[in-house]
Write a protein that binds this ligand. Structure first.
Ligand code: ZN
Length: 244
């Protein structure tokens, strides 16, 4: 079974279409979305509609919650807050209904799926240290957990007491050993933050026992223009080109 993972689309339709076109060219059995479909970008409704149509499973992200008014945006920086307010006013009835229907986490064929972190998903914890990764690896019983949220692709491998971070770069498969456990961050479709502006997604082949990241160029200037034309903060356009 080959599963493609998309996450943190952030209303960037140009990046989403590029990723979906690439997924369609591969042998892919299903697509899973790990949340943050909206927030920051200029095309929230078309992105929600595409995810609803193509994804077998979708979990909700903190920016989806913020756009629905289900969490306070006080913890957001000024750009994220301005974008959340813009998104709330832009969402149509169908998008609101779909986003409201999404679960915080899901288990699918032995894979744990959550936007931010398996331990207490509604705290939206970032997994950015070995200590945090160890805590989170103890919070789910399955062998492998897929997350998004930080927009930084990485594979964390647990072997007994030892934990190591493995690079997760484009087109380099990472082996999934039967006797080890994993936390896989699938990066971001619509707002990468690892200084590589290319849009990204990951797949997991359960027969080949491997995960792999894909990074693709997409027309960033188109999205930048739409962001500025929509009256969203220009910083949100600039960061797409910088990959931060
Ligand atoms: Zn995000």
């Amino acid at each position: 079974m080959r599963t493609a993972f998309i996450s943190d689309i952030h209303a960037n339709l140009d990046a989403l279409e590029m990723v979906l076109a690439d997924i369609a060219k591969q042998e892919t059995d299903r697509i899973v979305c790990l949340g943050d479909i909206v927030g920051y970008g200029p095309d929230p409704n078309p992105c929600v509609a595409r995810v609803r149509d193509v994804c077998e499973v979708t979990v909700v992200g903190n920016h989806d919650y913020a756009a629905l008014g289900r969490i306070d945006t006080l913890g957001f920086n000024e750009y994220a807050r301005a974008a959340a307010e813009w998104t709330t006013s832009a969402l149509d009835k169908d998008s609101i209904a779909f986003l409201n229907s999404l679960p915080l986490k899901k288990v699918l064929d032995g894979m744990h799926l959550v936007h931010a972190s398996p331990m207490d998903p509604e705290r939206w914890t970032y997994i950015l240290s070995y200590q945090e990764a160890k805590r989170q690896l103890g919070a789910f019983p399955e062998q492998i957990c897929f997350v998004g949220h930080s927009h930084l692709p990485i594979v964390v491998e647990e072997e007994g007491e030892e934990i190591r971070a493995l690079p997760f770069s484009s087109d380099v498969p990472v082996r999934i050993h039967r006797d080890r456990r994993y936390l896989v961050n699938v990066g971001s479709v619509g707002q990468p933050r690892d200084r590589d502006p290319r849009c990204g997604y990951a797949w997991y082949d359960s027969e080949a026992r491997a995960v792999m990241m894909r990074r693709l160029e997409y027309p960033i200037a188109n999205v930048q223009k739409k962001i500025v034309d929509a009256g969203l903060p220009p910083f949100l356009a600039q960061r797409l080109a910088d990959g931060v």
